[in-house]
Design a protein. Structure first.
Length: 116
């Protein structure tokens, strides 16, 4: 599956952004989806995930209560609503898809910069 992420940008601390990830697959509903991020000089880290049905969502502790992952199967798109953004959220955000244990399809990344 091909993934196209968008929605990044520059925002002040406390602001909001919504990231989108459009998938090419007609079988989008068969994929679990995730968002990851990588800050300069750091390893890529998990941010959030959602099951194929949308019934189970997981978040890293530092974004719980601020970020919300969702999916729209009709549009083959997964979203990441990010509220109350902090400078430490600055990173390149990637969406990913998996049908088994590991994520094996990745989008190109979208830059999120939060100024203090």
């Amino acid at each position: 599956v091909q993934l196209q992420a968008s929605g990044g940008g520059l925002v002040q601390a406390g602001g909001s952004l919504r990231l989108s990830c459009a998938a090419s697959a007609r079988t989008f509903s068969a994929y679990a989806m995730g968002w990851f991020r990588q800050a300069p000089g750091k390893e890529r880290e998990f941010v959030a995930s959602i099951t194929w049905s949308g019934g189970i969502k997981n978040y890293r502790d530092s974004v719980k209560g601020r970020f919300t992952i969702s999916r729209d199967s009709a549009k083959s798109t997964v979203y990441l609503q990010m509220n109350s953004l902090k400078p430490e959220d600055t990173a390149v955000y990637y969406c990913a898809a998996r049908r088994s244990v590991e994520y094996d399809s990745w989008g190109q990344g979208t830059q999120v910069t939060v100024s203090s």
